[in-house]
Design a protein around this ligand. Sequence first.
Ligand code: 1PW
Length: 207
Amino acid sequence: MADSNAERPLRKISTAFKELAAIVNSPSPEVPVAKFSHACSLVSPLFGCLGIAFKFAEMDYVAKVDDLAKASSAVSTLVVMVDRDIEANCVRKAGSHTRNLLRVKRGLDMFNVCFRYYFHFCRGNNSLKDPASKSYAQVFAPHHGWAIRKAVALGMYALPTRSQLLTMLNEEEAEAKIQMQSYVNASAPVITYLDNLFLSKQLGIDW
Ligand code: 1PW
């Protein structure tokens, strides 16, 4: 049984992304960096659920979200943040806010894809290896070198089972699916918004 007093990360994530979706779906979207980085920080526990092999992925994601949170004290919206990096000519520089934003976007996208695979191909299957491998292959692998791809492939053998994951998320199967679907729906327009932000400024999204 799910413990009603414990944290339920999936619900927090879906609520936060519904709020972001409402902003990006508005006629002139202004996404506050603080609100965006807070929503992204709620996703960090999902990386933490993937097992010890993915500790490095969690640390990398958390560091990049922290960088965006820090940026929010000096810049209001994501557009302003990206414009500042363009002016400073540092968009692609390691550690730039814009570069970190692109990496964080991939993290959001990976869970979006992972949850969708989970629904369509893994009914009744207790392993997370298929949805996790497929979403990694689709979203991150094209941007990672051999060593990282190899480490991730090995980590796939140490993923928790679906039941272990549900226990960590403190959810029953049915409710978890509702919350995952809600994240899939809400994060889609947010991810599209971010892609369009990069493309509209001719920054590209494949680096
Ligand atoms: C749904 C389960 C899927 C599990 C796979 C999770 C793997 C996520 C990828 C994490 C990669 C961590 C290793 C760090 C890589 C960095 O070199 C790279 N960061 C990312 C997020 O791609 C680039 O970072 P940089 O050079 O811009 O600081």
